[in-house]
Design a protein around this ligand. Structure first.
Ligand code: NAP
Length: 269
């Protein structure tokens, strides 16, 4: 794991990933260059990890410090060690349905649906968000599972009406509780990918409708986490949903571990 600079959220994510490796008996190593790291420094680190036979998976935690060229660094990771599934070779293999490491959050979403016995084939799926790391790959994975898929974004007109067509709605927009009841078809399955921190008490009161428990948590920690979907509407209107936190997040780490084990097996063949 390459963790560059001092991003507190990244430090928490990397710590969870190290813990998951430790719990599973996967050897892990963290390389932590400082905030002033250059693109060349990072390319050097990636090259040396590419060359090591005892390392089967490389993860460069994003975002990188602003002077580092994120795209060049991710492209430099050997595709067979790209356990995040972001390399264009692996994105291309996803497109054509060939085996390769899949982006972890999208793969985790499919895993949740399958393990909960939620049928995907023949369903109308709407993906809200078109990022390279969540929206596009999850749309392709749903398509491979034979859903009929619509991808929405910030230029989609009448978003609530499009989302209301969804039997399965995946929200990955990064806007706290943006998806309200008017976006949801009664009985829809809702996958809430968003992780948004609320720092203002009025926002917490409004979104959690004055929930005493949530306000107490806010008073204690100074912030609370909410997804992209209104948590109360989601619980009331959907037939099944992924809570935030605790839904998609842990599966993202689980799929990273699965990708790493698969990469190791492949290398040892
Ligand atoms: P991103 O790269 O910022 O993409 C957001 C997408 O949402 C874009 O396609 C954008 O449309 C669309 N969007 C933004 N505002 C919108 C609006 N008002 N109406 C319609 N569409 C809108 O975000 P991301 O990396 O995909 O992440 C999305 C969320 O998931 C974030 O909260 C992130 O923290 C979370 N996340 C969670 C995990 C996990 O493990 N649980 C993993 C990754 C990400 P345009 O393309 O038109 O701009």
């Amino acid at each position: 794991m390459v963790l560059a600079g001092n991003n507190p959220a990244s430090e928490i994510y990397v710590r969870s990933k190290i813990k998951a490796c430790h719990d599973l008996g996967i050897y892990s190593e963290s390389i932590t260059p400082g905030e002033s790291v250059t693109t060349d420094d990072l390319l050097g680190i990636v090259d040396s990890l590419n060359a090591r036979e005892d390392i089967h998976g490389i993860l460069v935690q994003l975002p990188l410090p602003k002077q580092a060229d994120e795209k060049r660094i991710l492209m430099a990771i050997a595709p067979e060690k790209d356990v995040d599934g972001f390399h264009p070779c692996n994105a291309g293999k996803l497109m054509t349905g060939l085996p390769a490491p899949r982006a972890c959050t999208p793969a985790g979403i499919i895993e949740i649906l399958k393990r909960c016995g939620i049928a995907i084939a023949g369903k109308r799926a709407v993906v809200l968000g078109r990022s390279d790391i969540v929206g596009k790959p999850v749309a392709l994975l749903l398509l491979h599972e034979n859903a009929t898929v619509t991808i929405c974004h910030s230029k989609t007109p009448d978003l609530p009406a499009v989302c209301r067509e969804a039997d399965i709605l995946v929200a990955a927009v990064g806007r706290p509780a943006m998806v309200t009841a008017e976006y949801l078809k009664p009985g829809a399955v809702v996958v809430d990918v968003g992780i948004n921190r609320l720092n203002i008490r009025e926002d917490v009161e409004r979104i959690f409708r004055g929930s005493v428990e949530t306000l107490a948590a806010f008073e204690k920690r100074g912030s609370v986490i909410v997804g992209d979907v209104d948590p109360i509407a989601m619980a009331e209107v959907s037939s099944a949903y992924t809570p935030v936190p605790g839904g998609v997040g842990p599966l993202t780490i689980a799929m990273l571990m699965a990708n790493t084990v698969a990469a190791a097996r492949q290398a040892m063949k």
